[in-house]
Design a protein around this ligand. Structure first.
Ligand code: IPD
Ligand code: CA
Ligand code: CA
Ligand code: CA
Length: 258
């Protein structure tokens, strides 16, 4: 396990350096995917190719699920699966030059064993899993307090908030405050560090796989917004929260069908 951890950290640190120098040297080529607001850059693809090539050498029989380059579906998730989001928060990467993450998760037979979320510009590299604990760099992190909605910040997805999907506006009224960072990795890192009581979004597996391993290892909850289990096949309405906030949010949203 330690060799695997060291490898993944090393790949991601190198990938972070590639992103920092691309920003400094203004090397971005920006394109769109499904819509005007769905951005992808040459770096999303290059970083993914870089990590995929490292996995191919280090762990050649493993499967890979990743956002770009036609790797975004995996029918069979048995065995070891690496789940990669090369740049989470591409719009932030392009427009802000910060608040984006590189994320890698390692799953075994559908269960997360390791998650790595690297907020590159904040230099916040969180990693860990159920058997090893959760760390920031080499420092082991304590479990955050189980705060309720009224005592903390809730991260939400902008489009879901605007459209009041799943009564999300009612949920936000109970929170101490609401934040929209535009990056799932940033939000899940905030939860791990005790800076958020929850996060509601519309996410694909690579958006939550790595951070999800960390928040569950920290005793927090994660599911579809209707309380049903997440699966690695589809984009879903996603809920993660402290145990107390999770129950409060489900009380409001329960009963709504996906
Ligand atoms: C997106 C970000 C965003 C979330 C979107 C994701 P991407 O990921 O995590 O916060 O609201 O649903 O698709 O496309 O920038 O990797
Ligand atoms: Ca994307
Ligand atoms: Ca993403
Ligand atoms: Ca991405």
């Amino acid at each position: 396990m330690q060799i695997l951890i060291n490898e993944v950290k090393y790949w991601m640190t190198e990938a972070g350096e590639m992103l920092k120098s691309a920003l400094l040297e203004n090397q971005l080529v920006v394109d769109t995917k499904s819509s005007r607001t769905d951005l992808v850059t040459n770096l999303d693809k290059a970083i993914q190719d870089f990590i995929v090539s490292k996995i191919a050498t280090f762990d050649p029989t493993a499967k890979i699920l990743a956002e770009e380059n036609d790797r975004d579906r995996l029918e069979d998730v048995t065995g070891r699966v690496y789940i990669i989001d090369p740049i989470d928060g591409t719009m932030n990467f392009v427009l802000e030059g910060e608040n984006f993450c590189i994320m890698v998760a390692v799953y075994e037979d559908g269960k997360g064993i390791l998650g790595f979320v690297y907020d590159v510009m904040k230099n916040e590299f969180l990693w860990g899993g159920p058997s090893v604990g959760v760390f920031r760099d080499e420092e082991r992190l304590a479990q955050p307090l189980d705060l309720g909605l009224e005592d903390g910040l809730l991260g939400v997805n902008t489009k879901m908030y605007r459209e009041n999907v799943r009564d999300i506006q009612q949920v936000t009224q109970q929170a101490m405050g609401v934040r929209m960072s535009g990056c799932a990795g940033v939000e899940l890192n905030h939860m791990v560090m005790g800076r958020r009581v929850g996060y509601i979004s519309n996410l694909a597996p690579w958006d939550y796989a790595a951070g999800g391993v960390l928040i569950e290892a920290m005793g927090m909850k994660m599911s579809r917004i209707d309380g049903k289990p997440l699966d690695l096949q589809d984009r879903q309405h996603f809920l993660a929260a402290t145990p107390t906030a999770y129950q409060q949010i489900l009380t409001i949203t329960q009963g709504n069908e996906e």
